[in-house]
Design a protein around this ligand. Structure first.
Ligand code: DC
Length: 224
């Protein structure tokens, strides 16, 4: 199996690039953030505070998550409800980040991620894929872009979805979430020792996709 790990901060273009690479290479694209977001959505719907770790943990036995692929596009099901759109709201991003700092939540999601990588050629996007989930990945890429570049992309995405927000708000939330994700005690969003660093600030999407495919093909050839 080919397992490609793509980690990095929010808005670095991981999902756009990984989706395009998956399409060209016939891999399954796994967006692991959607799993944390789904737990965040469940917790927020129950009216539990983001900081209330004990209540978050007590929700886990009530949660069942499933990833399905419809014409190659990932859909995520929370207790049989398709929540693929609901999890994209900005307030759920902050909930996702909060629940992701809880060890029990990370343990809960480990199996579903590893199972996908065992069954399929995958390109998996997240924060700890190279460090924790798939330590033996065929290739690990840590993708970054400038803060302003990332916030601009996120802002545009949200506007296109009709979400009311401002660039300043997006930049502030993004910076806060990245700080929390990269400094947390458990599985922080940091590059694996053997990750290839890829800053895409200066590149267009097509160029990134081609470069990532070159990196994957080189790594796969080395592994034989
Ligand atoms: O990739 P995203 O923005 O959809 O992720 C939402 C949150 O989930 C992010 O702030 C941190 C967390 N996350 C994580 O801790 N580990 C992952 N592999 C993916 C996401």
């Amino acid at each position: 199996m080919i397992n490609v790990a793509i980690d990095g901060p929010s808005g670095a273009g991981k999902s756009t690039i990984a989706k395009a690479v998956a399409k060209k290479k016939g891999f399954i694209y796994v967006d692991t953030g959607a799993l944390y977001r789904s737990i965040g959505l469940y917790v927020s719907r129950k009216g539990i505070a983001k900081e209330d770790k004990e209540s978050i943990i007590s929700c886990l036995p009530e949660i069942s998550l499933e990833l399905k692929y419809v014409e190659g596009v990932q859909r995520v099901y929370l207790n049989s409800e398709d929540v693929s759109e609901a999890i994209r709201m900005p307030e759920i991003s902050m909930y996702a980040s909060a629940v992701s700092s809880v060890q029990e939540v990370r343990d809960f999601l480990l199996g579903i991620q590893r199972d996908m990588a065992k069954k399929y050629d995958v390109i998996m996007d997240g924060r700890d894929i190279g460090t924790v989930i798939l330590p033996d990945a065929t290739v690990k890429i840590f993708m970054t872009a400038s803060n302003e570049g990332r916030a601009k992309r996120r802002y545009k995405e949200l506007c296109e979805k009709g979400v009311e927000t401002t660039y300043e708000e997006v930049l502030r939330d993004m910076t806060e979430r990245d700080r929390a994700d990269s400094t947390r005690a458990i599985a922080p969003a940091v590059p694996a020792e053997d990750a290839i660093m890829f800053d895409n600030t200066e590149y267009g999407i097509e160029e990134c996709v081609d470069r990532i495919i070159d990196i994957i093909e080189e790594a796969a050839a080395k592994r034989g």
